[in-house]
Design a protein around this ligand. Structure first.
Ligand code: B12
Ligand code: SF4
Ligand code: SF4
Length: 389
């Protein structure tokens, strides 16, 4: 009888090594796709930019999309993309002792900055793989740190499928996952996209408070609370402020309501736990007076620093206006003297929402002394509206 030679291809052996290493290093899932261009994703994304749906993100350019959908342009000789996920789901801690009104933080920002945590893991992955394979290989790794469309890679590799809220949903951890990838010249066996979808469910579309999901799989960036509280640096459109509730950094509503996201096992990553490593909610009133030094110290390792100090104080004003707690009236009154006109304008809006006689009196006083023309006009408008009420 003839003995059959081992017909396992080199690519399959390498693929097995790559996959086992990912789980050993604590990634929650791994799939592989080729480094072929993402033609369909490019076409859809460029149409979104054209339609103004990515407005407000000046760095999100057509050139970026062209590059990010053509892996060869990032890594000449690229053959495969290793797509990886890291679960960040954490249960909301009970019995927290926070006094006064509090603001919500999106789960993804409860612990250390994921760009750093997952970025380090990706670098370690490359280092250990080099040693396991016994040779160097070309690679580029990203976790929301470059032009690649992280979700397109995850979808084509079969790591997950698109939810109508536009996030990638995975079988084991729902959409509570960060996505990263390594483009490489290693020749690995490809996985196939999944055939799953949302069926007739529309819950996230209905529950989004700002109607940012304008159609299944289509997000209007400008309406998303995540954009408004993190990326946008200017005045928040008034018609959206009331809809933002008490979110001060990001928003989880479309993910919280998604049935696939229920009963997900919490992450084991220690650096994603709030408490010692971050915050799952913030006491709002003290933030109105936060100094730059204190902001830098408090949010040093947290994704919250992306909002910048002025952005965060602006968000705090909006949340305080929506919460309507009269405890905030005095502190907001002091904030009408803030050095930044953007903050003065949002503090004035918040006081007008609270609307007690004391709040209105503070607006009247400020309208007499305000030096910035736009803020003064805004104060006069708010006072006139309150006096008509
Ligand atoms: C820009 C950006 C944002 C912007 C704009 C979002 C947007 N419109 O994409 C803002 C600031 C609003 C944002 C918000 C959030 N973001 Co963000 N963001 C990004 C970033 C940098 C680029 C995304 C992008 O390229 N968008 C372009 C649009 C066109 O892409 P898309 O929505 O995926 O579009 C695809 C689908 O619509 C699909 N499609 C189109 N038609 C159809 C039809 C059918 C039938 C199907 C199935 C699919 C489909 O094809 C399109 C093209 O691929 C990525 C990181 C990266 N480098 O990729 C993170 C990223 C997408 N964000 C992430 C996260 C965690 C969030 C938030 C959850 C944070 C929060 N809690 O506040 C929210 C979620 C809001 C939401 N509902 O999407 C994660 C998502 C992880 C996941 N599981 O999907 C990413 C991947 C970062 C990471 N590496 O982990 N984000
Ligand atoms: S993150 Fe919030 S605002 Fe943005 S689409 Fe989801 S529910 Fe709407
Ligand atoms: S809430 Fe429903 S429609 Fe939205 S992503 Fe989840 S399953 Fe899909």
């Amino acid at each position: 009888m003839r003995i059959r030679p081992n017909i396992k291809s080199k690519s399959t052996n390498q693929t097995n090594i790559v996959k086992s290493l990912a789980y050993k290093l604590g990634f929650d899932d791994i799939r592989i796709t080729s480094a072929k261009p993402f033609d369909h994703h490019r076409e859809v994304t460029l149409k979104r930019i054209d339609a103004g749906l990515m407005e407000g993100l000046d760095w999100y350019t057509e050139e970026r999309v062209e590059r990010g959908t053509n892996p060869e342009s990032i890594l000449p000789g690229a053959l495969s993309i290793i797509s990886l996920s890291l679960n960040y789901f954490i249960e909301t801690p009970q019995n927290q002792e926070i006094h006064g009104p509090t603001g919500k933080i999106a789960k993804y920002a409860w612990g250390h900055d994921y760009h750093k945590v997952m970025g380090k893991k990706l670098k370690l992955f490359i280092k250990e793989l080099t040693s396991l394979l016994g040779r160097n290989f070309a690679s580029k790794s990203y976790v929301d740190t470059g032009p690649m469309l992280d979700r397109s890679v995850a979808e084509r590799s079969g790591l997950g499928w698109y939810g109508k809220h536009t996030n990638i949903i995975t079988a084991d951890h729902g959409s509570w996952v960060f996505l990263g990838q390594i483009i490489t010249d290693l020749d690995l066996s490809e996985d196939q996209p999944l055939k799953k979808n949302c069926g007739s469910c529309q819950i996230c579309i209905v529950e989004c408070p700002t109607q940012a999901i304008i159609a299944p799989y289509v997000l209007d960036n400008k309406r998303c609370i995540s954009f408004l509280t993190i990326e946008s640096k200017g005045s928040i459109p008034k018609e959206l402020r009331r809809l933002m509730g008490d979110w001060v950094f990001g928003c989880d509503i479309c993910q919280d309501v998604c049935p696939v996201n229920h009963q997900v096992q919490p992450t084991k990553e220690p650096l994603f736990q709030p408490g010692e490593h971050g915050f799952n909610s913030l006491s709002l009133i003290p933030l109105l007076d936060i100094t730059q030094e204190e902001f830098d110290r408090q949010f040093k390792t947290s994704p919250i620093k992306r909002a910048k100090r002025i952005g965060l104080i602006r968000n705090v004003c909006v949340a305080l206006g929506n919460i309507g707690d009269t405890e905030a009236v005095e502190p907001l009154g002091r904030t009408l003297n803030h050095e930044d006109p953007l903050i003065r304008e949002h503090a004035a809006w918040a006081l007008s929402q609270i609307g007690t006689p004391k709040a209105v009196q503070l607006l009247v006083n400020a309208s007499l002394t305000e030096t910035d023309r736009e803020v003064k006009n805004e104060l006069l408008n708010l006072v006139a509206t309150k006096q008509d009420d």
